[in-house]
Design a protein around this ligand. Structure first.
Ligand SMILES: [Fe+2]
Ligand SMILES: [Fe+2]
Length: 211
């Protein structure tokens, strides 16, 4: 007999993946004071901002893939609840990046479906190992994201204060996510896992810079 629960999970996750990858919502009442428009940036600077924001948009797609993958396979209800809670905020970040990319007339990564899938698989591995790792996967992900956001802010043209402010809003939440994981009791991930996560994200960022 076909297990209906499995079908339900697959359909729910497919629906979530599609609505994340193809999410075109933005934030209509964005509380950002800097009003930099793409018209104020010269063509090269606007292109640089677009690239930085495309990578960050991809990062928010991946964060949701990672956490949804972990949530499916974790046996810990508390961890799953926390993962869904964090996912809601990653979804808000995705909308912020959507908004800024739209303002810059920028394009999202055409490879987002592949990035989501890769992240989901990585998250699933974390979910399967959650007895050992507990919330270490969230802590390590958020730590790497924080480092990436600091680098992203430096890569932005100095005139693009609006993108900078948006990334600062996101960075604040990511720091809180990491602290939440620590408070609940995360375990340090094996070095091999940390390095694999870093390698995968580096490859994704390098490719997403262009497409
Ligand atoms: Fe995020
Ligand atoms: Fe986060």
């Amino acid at each position: 007999m076909v297990n209906k629960n499995i079908i339900d999970v697959v359909l729910t996750e497919l629906d979530y993946a599609i609505s994340t990858i193809y999410n075109n919502n933005n934030i209509s009442d964005l509380k950002v004071s800097a009003k930099t428009t793409n018209k104020k940036l010269d063509i090269n600077k606007a292109k640089q901002s677009e690239r930085v924001m495309r990578i960050n948009h991809m990062g928010e797609v991946c964060a949701q893939g990672l956490y949804r993958g972990q949530a499916v396979f974790t046996s810990d209800d508390k961890v799953r609840g926390k993962l869904y809670e964090i996912c809601d905020e990653e979804n808000y970040h995705l909308k912020l990046c959507n908004q800024r990319l739209r303002e810059l007339d920028g394009k999202k990564s055409i490879l987002n479906p592949l990035w989501y899938l890769s992240s989901f698989v990585l998250g699933s591995i974390a979910g399967i190992n959650d007895k050992k790792w507990k919330l270490g996967f969230i802590e390590e992900t958020e730590k790497q994201v924080e480092g990436h956001l600091t680098a992203s802010i430096k890569q932005l043209p100095k005139e693009d204060l609006r993108s900078k402010e948006i990334l600062q809003i996101i960075a604040k939440d990511e720091k809180r996510h990491r602290n939440t994981a620590k408070k609940i009791g995360s375990e340090d991930l094996p070095t091999k896992a940390k390095k694999s996560m870093h390698l995968l994200s580096t490859i994704m960022k390098k490719i997403t810079y262009y497409v």
